[in-house]
Ligand binder design. Structure first.
Ligand code: UD1
Length: 418
């Protein structure tokens, strides 16, 4: 079992390029199967979730090749329409293959995704939207069988909640349908704009991403394309939280400050000094952040649920009080009990967490989920003494060699086996 050994209280300084966004690269790789031929995707981070996605593409019959951060997907031949159960279990987001496979093959099969570390993860909105587009879907022994015997056809899809995955699945399926699909109440996350950009590079006609109404003119003839994945705003939020809590001066490149504005506002209010340019964020901190006004997670452009844990960790080792309200997922405070082992003072009541800044000390802790694990690393970097953070498979899902990036900034962090 590997773990990170981290000696805290080292100032972080230097410059880092933020790697490609996990939540962008997954739907973009799934979208590759829409276009017969070879797509070239740059800035693909080395993440276990990306490896699982590439395995799914191979399983469907695509030829996949990785050279550094560039992945080529040749979807000239797609022989299968079933996502193997093992891969589905490994990565819940593989549900994104439902829309893409339906669009390309007219049918799709995958095991019903269960809940995950964050609580129940229903896909009712995905299924309702696909049914509206003409898909017939039945569940048998935990397997979803989807087909579109009369083809998919454009329609108006109303999402009662701006689900990121349901918006993307609908966009992908609609590309393979006839006529115009309008998604009303769409999620507005920047990763959806990145997907739109890639789909349009393939020759699709998608408009409106970034707003809550997206239209897709279906049945365009799609051809392969080349695309560079946007920078990961949550990874950027993690580095910034770490530098804010441990103190130091860091410059991040390859990430758009606008995509992170709610997080940057919080860090500024907590006492960090920030400068931004087009694709650059510069942060300077004396460490020991101040408590800030209540942080309520919400769909974009609100405060991202994915940044809640890392910002909480940074404020837990500061001074003063901050109230968090988690409004997206039910079980997104599992890192709290681990932070408490390091001396954090956090009271939980339902969806609210009240954080009182405290002096943290090193401890042996376990990652509970992807962003929860990253939060433990942030806390360990600011805590006095040595911490060991285990269950790294969670962190490796979404951070490309986190320890190497942080070492580059001067952190004392090593991956060890034991
Ligand atoms: C995506 C991100 C994830 C992020 C989340 C919210 C990817 C690969 N993952 O996940 O990192 O935390 O957005 O920003 O992009 N819901 C339903 N029914 C559905 C779908 C969702 O009730 O059919 C609920 C979910 O249970 C959750 C909320 O809607 O409470 C948000 O989920 P959603 O936006 O769909 O998140 P994901 O796309 O799964």
């Amino acid at each position: 079992m590997s773990f990170f050994e981290i000696t805290g209280r080292r100032r972080l300084s230097g410059s880092l390029a933020v790697h490609g966004a996990k939540n962008s690269v997954l739907p973009i790789l799934a979208a590759c199967i829409l276009a017969p031929g070879e797509c070239v995707i740059h800035n693909c981070p080395h993440l276990s979730d990306v490896s699982a996605t590439l395995d799914i593409l191979r399983g469907l019959g695509c030829a996949v090749h990785r050279d550094g951060n560039t992945v080529t997907v040749d979807a000239s031949v797609v022989q299968r329409s079933a996502v193997p159960e093992q891969l589905m279990r490994e990565m819940r987001s593989s549900v994104i293959f439902l829309g893409a496979t339906l669009a390309r093959m007219g049918e799709a099969q995958l095991s019903y995704p269960g809940g995950c570390e964050l609580g129940p993860r229903p896909i009712n909105l995905h299924l309702d939207a696909l049914r509206k587009l003409g898909a017939q879907i039945r569940e048998e022994d935990g397997v979803l069988y989807c087909c579109a015997p009369d083809g998919l056809h454009g329609c108006e899809v109303h999402l009662p909640f701006p689900s990121v995955g349901a918006t993307e699945n609908t966009m992908l399926a609609a590309c393979g349908g006839s006529g115009t699909t309008t998604i009303v109440g769409a999620a507005r996350e920047p990763e959806i704009e990145d997907l739109q950009m890639f789909l349009n590079a393939l020759g699709a006609q998608v408009q409106g991403a970034g707003s809550n109404v997206i239209t897709v003119q279906g049945a365009a003839r799609l051809r392969p394309a080349e695309h560079t994945v946007m920078g990961d705003r949550i990874v950027a939020a993690t580095y910034l939280s770490a530098a804010g809590a441990a103190g130091g001066e860091v410059e991040l490149t390859g990430v758009c400050p606008e995509h992170l504005s709610t997080v940057l506002d919080v860090l500024e209010e907590a006492g960090c000094r920030l400068w931004y340019a087009k694709d650059m964020i510069h942060l300077c901190s004396d460490g020991r952040l101040q408590g800030v006004r209540a942080i309520r997670t919400a769909p974009y452009p609100g405060f991202p649920t994915d940044a809640q844990s890392v910002v909480m960790a940074a404020l837990a080792c500061g001074r003063g009080r901050t109230v968090f309200e988690e409004n997206i997922f039910q079980s997104r405070y599992r890192h709290v009990s681990e932070l408490a082992r390091m001396g954090a003072d956090i009271r939980l009541t339902g969806r609210t967490a009240v954080v009182q800044g405290a002096d943290l000390h090193g401890a042996d802790v376990c990652s509970t989920d992807l962003r929860g694990g990253a939060a433990l690393v942030v806390a360990a970097l600011a805590a006095e003494g040595v911490s060991r953070v285990g269950e790294l498979h969670h962190i490796d899902r979404g951070y490309d060699h986190l320890e190497l990036a942080l070492s580059k900034l001067g952190a004392e962090i090593y991956r060890k086996n034991g």
